[in-house]
Design a protein around this ligand. Structure first.
Ligand SMILES: [Fe+2]
Ligand SMILES: [Fe+2]
Length: 388
């Protein structure tokens, strides 16, 4: 018997349910018979915190669902948990060097020159990095707790923490899951969200805003204090980070609605529909900040950040203040254009996300066992079907 059922039995004063009986069926009519007043009276005695707020507000709606998840729902949540653990790992690295280190997001002591270079894009960059990091931590922690509450296995990637930390002053020296020092960032999301005629779900492809970031391996955090100079080099690293922030969060923006289409349980759907849009909030923020990246050429490696507002860039596909999704074709080109998240195709969405993160260079140096485990989680999530 799970926790909510136990609490209901405690409240029922004699309406104990046998373990052999169908608990779900017995509990439903009992829930309906509880008047708001009698429920509040009993819960006050227990301590209102013992029962979730939705019960109190909605009478008939439990604060959380009961019973075992379908295999498909568990597999989707497990892949999302893994993705969130990975997000947390690299956001933590960003926060240690370029965010705000405090009791909410502890670890590291900041890199003054890296933080300063980031602040040239927006004076609040450190706060946004901090808040994004904290959000990711809560995402995986919640999903894992939710999995356990529904009788499913949580995800733990600790055995794969094998990658080195940055040697720059300010970084913790702990083993990591992800590598921010050899990224190959795909910035085609920039033109994808500005296109009025193309949608990746309809087979369209989009040019990158910063072609150079797709043609090599570049650090998004200083690898050591040697990376803090010259100024244009550390600024290029901060620019890379800004475009990487948006790349990551637009991926999460697509992943949640893509997978939500195949969940079975309405509450699992609620979990996905409630977390997913926070990824979109992150993306919108980073999309705006990346537009403030300083145009420059990194003197150490030739990486070019073009002026996106001037020829051969500029116009609707590149202009930096066009940060809201341009309307585009959706489902079928015969419909009117619509401002939407894209892609949201559900088939293969989890493997697509894993492949995109791998191509990003985030896992450079990881073990075969790591890739095998992540692939297994992604394939299981992609095999999930509504109702199974
Ligand atoms: Fe997240
Ligand atoms: Fe995220």
């Amino acid at each position: 018997m799970n926790k909510i059922d136990t609490q209901i039995n405690d409240l029922s004063n004699g309406q104990q349910l046998s373990m052999e009986e169908n608990v779900e069926e017995k509990v439903k009519p009992f829930k309906r018979s509880l008047s708001r007043r009698s429920f509040l009276g009993k819960s006050a005695a227990l301590g209102a915190g013992a029962i979730g707020g939705a019960w109190i507000l909605g009478d008939r709606t439990p604060a959380y669902a009961t019973g075992t998840l379908t295999q498909g729902d568990a597999d989707i949540l497990r892949f999302l948990s893994a993705a969130e653990i990975l997000e947390t790992d690299f956001w933590q690295q960003y926060n240690e060097l370029g965010g705000i280190q405090d009791s909410e997001v502890p670890g590291g002591s900041g890199s003054k020159l890296y933080t300063k270079a980031l602040s040239r894009l927006d004076s609040d960059m450190d706060q946004y990095i901090h808040d994004n990091t904290e959000d990711e931590f809560t995402h995986f922690t919640f999903i894992n707790a939710y999995l356990v509450s529904r009788g499913a296995q949580p995800v733990n990637l600790d055995q794969f923490r094998t990658l080195p930390s940055s040697q720059a002053t300010g970084a913790q020296q702990i083993p990591r899951l992800t590598n921010l020092m050899q990224l190959t960032v795909d910035t085609s999301y920039w033109t994808k969200y500005r296109s009025r005629s193309g949608n990746p779900d309809l087979g369209d492809t989009f040019p990158p805003a910063v072609p150079g970031l797709l043609q090599g391996q570049f650090p998004a955090i200083p690898r050591s204090d040697d990376d803090l100079r010259p100024n244009k080099h550390i600024q290029a690293i901060a620019n890379t980070a800004a475009f990487h922030f948006a790349f990551i969060e637009q991926g999460g923006t697509s992943l949640y609605p893509s997978l939500a289409q195949r969940v079975t349980d309405v509450e699992v759907l609620r979990v996905l529909l409630s977390i997913g849009p926070t990824e979109t909030a992150h993306f919108q923020t980073w999309h705006d900040k990346a537009g403030n990246a300083i145009p420059l050429t990194d003197p150490t490696n030739g990486l070019v950040f073009p002026d996106l507002n001037s020829p051969p860039f500029g116009g609707e596909d590149f202009q930096t203040n066009l940060i809201m999704p341009e309307p585009c074709p959706f489902l079928n080109r015969t419909f009117p254009v619509c401002s939407i998240i894209r892609p949201t195709e559900t088939n293969g969405a989890a493997m697509g996300a894993l492949n995109a993160l791998t191509a990003d260079g985030l896992f450079r140096g990881q073990s075969q066992a790591f890739f095998a485990f992540l692939t297994q989680l992604a394939q299981a999530a992609d095999a999930a079907q509504r109702g199974c």
